[in-house]
Ligand binder design. Structure first.
Ligand code: NI
Length: 169
């Protein structure tokens, strides 16, 4: 099921999400809905708070459904090590039509558990490292615009305010 994606301004996007502690059919359903929603947007990553559920669950697929081997569903992900730096344009389904260059690690090792509670570890490099970093930020209530200079951030905020005033946000 495709769900609406919360936009910048929704309080759920600013909460620190709770760890997943029960690995039930309900959790699998949430993940399935997130995958459907991510593919339909289309996007390469989605965090549960973006659909209004404040649990530590992410879906990522750099192929956007083209290659089943690239789908990642991970609960309670943590960056256990990171290396290097990259600066590239980044956007967010919750801040549509805005993108800015954001500094992220070039490589990350992410550890978490899958939908059955089994340990899962991923090595991400380049875009995958960026995506993990961005989505894990969501679980901590952090958005990519928080990582921009104050000037760039306030320019985007002001544009969003204008859009909201006009009923277009
Ligand atoms: Ni995002």
């Amino acid at each position: 099921m495709i769900l609406p994606i919360l936009k910048y301004g929704a309080p759920e996007l600013r909460e620190v999400s709770k760890p997943v502690d029960s690995f039930t059919a309900d959790l699998e359903e949430i993940a399935r809905n997130m995958i459907d929603t991510m593919y339909s947007s289309p996007g390469i990553g989605l965090a549960a708070p973006q659909i209004g559920i404040n649990i530590r669950l992410l879906t990522i697929d750099l192929s956007v459904g083209e290659d089943p081997g690239q789908l990642i569903v991970i609960c309670n992900p943590e960056i256990v090590s990171s290396e290097g730096e990259q600066k590239n344009d980044e956007g967010c389904l919750s801040i549509p039509d805005f993108s800015e260059a954001v500094v992220r690690p070039q490589k990350v090792v992410v550890r978490g558990v899958d939908l059955k509670g089994e340990e899962a570890t991923y090595n991400g490099e380049g875009l995958l490292a960026r995506c993990f970093s961005h989505e894990i930020d969501h679980l901590n209530g952090v958005l990519f615009i928080d990582r921009l200079s104050p000037l760039k951030r306030s320019l985007i905020r002001n544009k969003i305010k204008k859009l909201a005033k006009a009923g277009n946000w």
